[in-house]
Design a protein around this ligand. Structure first.
Ligand code: P6P
Length: 334
């Protein structure tokens, strides 16, 4: 097998942080292991009766798919059992999971175990999103000072995309790197080194079905983006998968902006700050892009609760700034 593996790459990036003691490397590696386990089940879902729902509804009020439950259990067992974590914050769970002191480590992991799971039965790409914070409070107790953290305090973030191949993308704050799982050997191999967001915003990604609920500024922004297309050239194309991690990954590689703004149906936004917006914002900023809720930088937002929701505009910085200008213009005209 040719190429740098995820484990080798993580170790190499650790070398640039002499203070690192290998614990973060070990944690990232274990998240990769959890991804392999989930990937194997996702890729066989139709054959091992893992499609469809459990019939239960989670804390978000969303139907829990069988693979949601499997992914949640896998992360709890592998990441929770890594010895590097003192708390797990999951999209699927009502409360923070505190790891018993004798098995706890120095990191907090916030995660969406299987984002986009409503698309599973249609074989659409889905993914695991994760965010890692170092414990902040002294002592063994996990407090809100440890869990309710602005994204700028993240030490690492990433996602595992279960698509035509399984791709592990992560950042520790010095660049964004992607690895493709080689199922024949069970290793992630470096396939996208130092990902930089292309300078041209080629894609506009938003759920048009929500247009009746959008605030004025969203209509203005969409109109301004589409006005770039003329009879000579289509500069902006619409793409919306409905799986955040898949929409994000496409835009990261091709250039684009994804928007899920707060609207009349979701006045605080639909997407969750701690384990969706914040990790993706850490990634996009490390790839040269930007992420905002229309008013402020996602990474500066202070969560007030585990499932804190927010509007999200994420992708090319110029287009995020244009959207923010549309917000200001609409507020000034109101
Ligand atoms: P809507 C999936 O449930 C998810 O959290 C994201 O992956 C996706 O972008 C969004 O919801 C889709 O929501 O309201 O457009 O169906």
């Amino acid at each position: 097998m040719q190429g740098v593996t995820l484990t080798q790459h993580i170790r190499q990036s650790q070398l640039t942080h002499p203070e690192a003691r290998g614990e973060l490397s070990s944690l990232l590696t274990q998240i990769g292991v959890a991804g392999k386990v989930i990937s194997s089940k996702v890729n066989m879902a139709g054959l091992v009766k893992m499609l469809g729902s459990t019939g239960r509804v989670n804390v978000q009020g969303e139907v829990v798919q069988k693979l949601d439950e499997y992914a949640e259990e896998t992360i709890q067992n592998i990441v929770g059992g890594s010895g590097q974590v003192c708390a797990l914050l999951s999209e699927e769970l009502k409360h923070v999971i505190e790891i018993p002191e004798d098995r706890a480590g120095g990191y907090i992991v916030a995660y969406d175990p299987l984002d986009g799971s409503s698309n599973i039965d249609a074989n659409v790409s889905i993914g695991t999103i994760f965010s890692i914070f170092p414990k902040k409070s002294s002592g063994v107790e996990v407090t809100r000072r440890d869990t309710m953290r602005p994204g700028r305090e993240q030490i690492a973030a990433g996602y595992i995309l279960y698509g035509s191949s399984t791709v592990f993308v992560y950042t520790v704050g010095d660049g964004v790197h992607g690895f493709t799982l080689d199922p024949s050997v069970g290793e992630y191999v470096l396939s996208h080194e130092d990902i930089r967001l292309p300078s041209k915003c080629k894609t506009l990604s938003i759920n048009q079905g929500n247009a009746p609920y959008w605030p004025r500024w969203v209509h203005d922004f969409v109109e301004r983006m589409l006005a770039r297309n003329d009879e000579d050239k289509r500069r902006v194309s619409g793409r919306h998968i409905g799986s955040l991690v898949a929409d994000f990954h496409r835009n990261l590689l091709y250039g684009g902006i994804f928007l899920y703004p707060a609207d009349q149906r979701a006045p605080r936004g639909k997407l969750r700050l701690l384990y969706e917006a914040s990790p993706l914002a850490f990634i996009i900023e490390n790839a040269g892009g930007a992420a905002s809720d229309g008013h402020q930088r996602i990474l500066d937002m202070e969560p007030t609760e585990l499932h804190h929701r927010t509007g999200l505009l994420i992708g090319n910085e110029a287009e995020v700034q244009l959207a923010e200008q549309c917000v200001r213009d609409a507020e000034a005209a109101a």
